[in-house]
Design a protein around this ligand. Structure first.
Ligand code: GTP
Ligand code: MG
Length: 214
């Protein structure tokens, strides 16, 4: 990753910071993978469809700092930007989201800083997802650094909507006509219906199987 000119504190500290975020992302990624393996082991069921992770690009970091009125310094970036390291966990059913969030919250070596439940309280755009801001301790030779990671947990349907909505909005650079926003909200409603239907279908199947066993 190239160091943006504006971060004038020097290459070493930029590289150190990015190293920390990369390590934190690996830690959280492994934790999520282990939770999925354990769940599969106990319940013979895979709650996670796929996981994506990324480090925010230097350009996006500069843009976000500017948007919030902060100078581009490493200090400001570490203090004010919570999603430099981001991991997206895509689940099968809505119920898996809360199950996973609870399992993540129970991990002793991870601190939950804040939670935003955009499933119970969707955004005006129609966006739905469960966000957790956590910190993980990264052990270095000369000390421990608590490093922030944003975890987004959502269903495949929510992920489908968010990905396409982001693509469509990007094309309009934030100035989408009214009808586009309205149609996207409508699509979000359809996506929620789909999630609810799939969940009740799955529950019906589980119940039918249990009855077969007795
Ligand atoms: P950002 O500055 O966008 O990071 O927002 P924030 O710091 O106020 O946090 P928030 O929890 O609102 O959103 C964080 C992330 O959620 C974003 O970076 C997106 O990945 C995702 N997100 C939030 N709102 C929307 C939305 O309306 N559409 C899509 N596609 N994604 C969204
Ligand atoms: Mg963001």
């Amino acid at each position: 990753m190239e160091v943006p000119d504006k971060f004038n504190e020097g290459v070493t500290s930029w590289e150190t910071v990015i190293f920390l975020y990369n390590s934190a992302l690996k830690e959280v990624g492994t934790k999520v993978e282990i939770l999925n393996d354990e769940f599969r082991h106990i319940h013979k069921y895979n709650p996670i469809e796929y996981v994506k992770s990324r480090i925010k690009s230097p350009e996006s970091i500069v843009k976000k700092l500017k948007r919030h009125g902060y100078e581009s310094t490493i200090d400001n970036m570490v203090k004010h930007i919570n999603d430099i390291a981001g991991i997206r966990v895509v689940c099968s059913f809505t119920s898996d989201i809360y199950r996973l969030a609870e399992m993540i919250g129970r991990q002793n070596d991870l601190t939950v800083v804040s939670i935003k439940d955009y499933i119970k309280n969707p955004k005006d755009s129609g966006y739905k997802s469960y966000h957790m801001l956590v910190t993980v301790p990264i052990f270095l030779t000369d000390g421990v650094v608590d490093t922030k990671v944003e975890i987004q947990i959502r269903t495949i349907a929510m992920d489908f909507w968010a990905s396409l909505e982001h693509k469509i909005y990007y094309k309009f650079e934030g100035n989408a006509p009214e009808y586009i926003s309205r149609d996207l909200q409508e699509c979000a409603g359809i996506v929620s219906m789909l999630d609810a239907k799939m969940l009740s279908l799955n529950e019906a199947i589980i119940q039918a199987k249990e009855q077969q066993r007795v």
